[in-house]
Each structure stands twice: as structure tokens, then as C-alpha cells.
Ligand binder design. Structure first.
Ligand code: GDP
Ligand code: MN
Length: 401
């Protein structure tokens, strides 16, 4: 993974493709005509309303890679539209971004088909090392940009955007020529690049991605797909964006954690982590990786967590079926080790703990905390320091797997 993308499942606010296309349309970026449908009949009505022969029935879930997973179907008649809508609506769509359990499709977008000349990639995100948004384009549209970046990085053209001035006309032209666009498409493409940059800045987006951005046989430049994510810290400025939120699509554990005031982010590994302090939580994840393991989550219970919060955090970790071992790493400052111990014991009793639990406690009330854990009937592996804890967690998770 290249550095300008960051982790794929950060707690950014996501929206659906059809919502991204509403924003595109308002920003002056051409999109196909389309209608949203939540039933098969409505999808057929939408097909008929479009009036053309070729249309596309598209699953609306927050994850990408829908095409390969069977969530995007080209149709050429009302009967085909009905068949495609029946197949996609309600399906559990599995893509490389959903995880093996997939995501249930509740909404469809039925769009007029486009006659594609070429598919391009366009994306804008923040380059943290430059401290500026960077617009990227590539001739390799339709492919995952991570794959292009790994195999043929020279096929990605990048340009930094001044956040005050926006994209300059010469930059838009440079991108269009860099892509080798036909002369007739240079001007419309330039307009899209400028409009996408403006949208990114105006809406405090963390990512705008159009994959594919296509040229058509009549030299139009159209966004066939749309993904927009937003910086959660700026959402207070955008009540219209907050309205677009679809909690059905969000990680259930992340939502639950937010309710308890905990910072939790789901990850792909099998070692659940409970840590106090964001820095220590990151250090813990790094140490797990260094020991050859993979964290199942980032979790910062915070400085002054109560026993209830600790208990909630512990239950959230346990509700993740991927977790094979739990590592608790607490450096008690304001947070007291005995409070952590009480929370863990309470939660473990309530939900029944059958996973190896590795605990490293240090700091305020550590003796009392250790005593509580030792005298509980929990089977705990104690660790002397973080490296020891990580090694033991990796071993325990491996033994369980
Ligand atoms: P994703 O798989 O989740 O990224 O969904 P996309 O919206 O990108 O659709 C996947 C692929 O379907 C695109 O890369 C196109 O090749 C194809 N596709 C989507 N819309 C149309 C269309 O209107 N006409 C044609 N011919 N192909 C389309
Ligand atoms: Mn796409």
C-alpha cells in the first residue's frame, strides 16, 4: 500500500455512489442519468424511465469492487433489468473490501448505459508528507489504484493542489495531456479536474475517487463511479453531508464503541487490543506486528475510563469472531490499574471468556490490579513488558488458530 492512501478502514465518513454522484452533479461533473430503487419493481420502472436500451443496475454498498463481486450488471431490456435487480437486491455482496461475510444490498442505482471509449482513474486525497491535497490520474481506469501503484507506478500522474488557490488551469491541462486524451476531450476533462478539486476542498473530503472516469464516443467525459469520504472532524460544517450517513453500512463495533466514547477501529488481524492512550495503542499494534502478529483492532479506552467503559470495550473486542487472543496493555496514570482489572473481570464473567488473555499492567494501583486479576478465576497470561506481552499474544493466537 502506498503512503498517500493510508489505512483503508479508517473512521472516515463514507457515502453511497448515488450520493457521491448527486454531489458531482451539483459540482458540474457529468454523471449518467439514473434513479435510485429499493425494490425490483422500482428498478424496472427506473429502467423504463431512462428510455434507452442499455442500462446498468448497480448495488449500492459502501465497499468498492462491486463489479467483480456481481454487483454491477449491464441490461438491455426491462426483463433483463428485472432479472438483474432480483439477483442483486438482498444479496450478500462480497468484495475485497467487505470481508468474507459480505454486505447486504438494500439499494440499487439504475443508470443509463454509456458507450465507453476509455476508462481512466481519478482520485484526490491528502498527501500528509506534502501537507496538500494531491490529484492523481491514470490511464489504467477500472483497476484498483493500489495495484497500479505497485505494478506500474509510472502510470500514475500526480499533482499537488494549493488548498487556497485550487487547481490551476495549467495543472488541469498538464493532467489531460499526461493522460494522452484526444484533443476534443481535453477541455471537458479539465473542467472535471477543476470541479473535483473544488468539491474536495469545499466539502472537507478526505477522498474523492472516480474509477472509472470515462471518455465516450462523442467525446464526453463522464464519472461512471463515485466514491467520496469525509474528514469526520469537519462534519460539523456540513449538515447536508451528515444527512447522507447510512449506519447500516458502518462497522457495528465502531458504532458501538462511539456510543461508549471509546476510540475503536476495526482491523484485519486476530489479536484484540485494549490499551489506554492513542500513542501507546499504536505502539502496541507496531509491537504486535514486529512480533509477527496482526492486531484485530485499534482501541484507546482513554485516560479516565470507568469500569463500565472498560467492560464495554472488552465486550466489543470479544464480539469480533476473528479475535484469537486478547492483549491488554495499560500504563496506569490517570487511568487506574484496578479499574481496568474490575472492568475486565466484570466483562469476562458476563460474556464468558474462552480466549487467551495476555495482560501487561504498569503504573497507578498496579499491585491492586494484579491482585484482582490473580484472585479472579480468569486464566491470565501475565507479561513483564510490552515486547513480552506481544510475543505471548502472537504465540497464543497462533496456538488457537
Ligand atoms: P466497482 O466495481 O464497485 O468499482 O463499480 P463500478 O461502478 O466502477 O463498475 C464496474 C465496472 O462496470 C466499470 O469499471 C465499467 O467497466 C463497468 N460499467 C459501469 N457502468 C457502465 C456503463 O454504463 N457502460 C458500460 N459499458 N460499462 C459500465
Ligand atoms: Mn469503480
Amino acid at each position: 500500500m502506498t503512503r498517500w492512501f493510508g489505512p483503508s478502514k479508517q473512521s472516515r465518513m463514507k457515502i453511497h455512489e448515488y450520493q457521491a454522484k448527486q454531489l458531482f452533479s451539483e459540482a458540474g461533473i457529468p454523471v449518467p442519468q439514473g434513479h435510485v430503487a429499493t425494490s425490483v419493481d422500482a428498478a424496472v420502472d427506473a429502467y423504463n424511465a431512462l428510455g434507452g436500451e442499455l442500462a446498468v443496475v448497480k448495488a449500492q454498498i459502501h465497499a468498492g469492487g462491486r463489479g467483480k463481486g456481481g454487483g454491477v450488471k449491464l441490461v438491455r431490456s426491462a426483463a433483463e433489468a428485472r432479472e438483474a435487480a432480483s439477483a442483486i437486491l438482498g444479496m450478500s455482496l462480497v468484495t475485497h473490501q467487505t470481508g468474507p461475510e459480505g454486505q447486504t444490498v438494500k439499494t440499487l442505482l439504475v443508470e443509463a448505459g454509456s458507450s465507453i471509449l476509455h476508462e481512466y482513474y481519478l482520485g484526490i486525497t491528502l498527501d500528509r508528507s506534502l501537507g496538500m491535497p494531491v490529484l492523481m490520474v491514470s490511464t489504467e481506469g477500472g483497476m484498483d489504484i493500489e495495484t497500479v501503484a505497485a505494478a506500474t507506478p509510472e502510470k500514475i500522474i500526480k499533482i499537488a493542489i494549493d488548498p487556497d488557490a485550487g487547481l490551476q488551469a495549467w495543472q488541469a491541462r498538464q493532467l489531460a495531456y499526461g493522460l494522452g486524451l484526444p484533443a476534443e476531450a481535453v477541455r471537458p476533462a479539465g473542467k472535471v479536474f477543476a470541479a473535483v478539486s473544488r468539491l474536495f476542498l469545499d466539502k472537507d473530503a478526505s477522498l474523492v475517487e472516480i474509477n472509472p472516469l470515462v471518455t465516450t464516443s462523442d467525446n464526453q467525459v463522464i464519472a461512471l463511479d463515485g466514491k467520496v469520504t469525509f474528514d469526520p472532524n469537519a462534519l460539523y460544517r456540513h449538515p447536508d453531508i451528515v444527512e447522507m450517513r447510512d449506519e447500516d453500512e458502518e462497522d457495528a463495533r465502531e458504532l458501538e464503541a462511539a456510543e461508549f466514547g471509546l476510540s475503536y477501529i476495526s482491523l484485519d488481524g486476530n489479536i484484540g487490543c485494549m490499551v489506554n492512550g492513542a500513542g501507546l495503542a499504536m505502539g502496541t499494534m507496531d509491537t504486535i506486528q514486529l512480533a509477527g502478529g496482526a492486531p484485530a483492532n485499534f482501541l484507546d479506552v482513554g485516560g479516565g475510563a470507568t469500569a463500565e467503559q472498560v467492560s464495554a470495550a472488552f465486550k466489543i473486542i470479544l464480539s469480533d469472531a476473528k479475535v484469537e487472543a486478547i492483549l491488554v496493555n495499560i500504563f496506569g496514570g490517570i487511568m487506574k490499574c484496578d479499574v481496568i482489572a474490575e472492568g475486565i473481570i466484570g466483562a469476562a464473567k458476563e460474556v464468558g471468556l474462552d480466549l487467551p488473555l495476555i495482560v501487561r499492567l504498569e503504573g497507578t494501583n498496579v499491585e491492586r490490579g494484579r491482585e484482582l486479576l490473580d484472585t479472579s478465576d480468569l486464566d491470565i497470561i501475565s507479561a513483564s513488558d510490552l515486547a513480552d506481552a506481544a510475543a505471548k499474544a502472537v504465540q497464543a493466537a497462533g496456538a488457537k488458530a
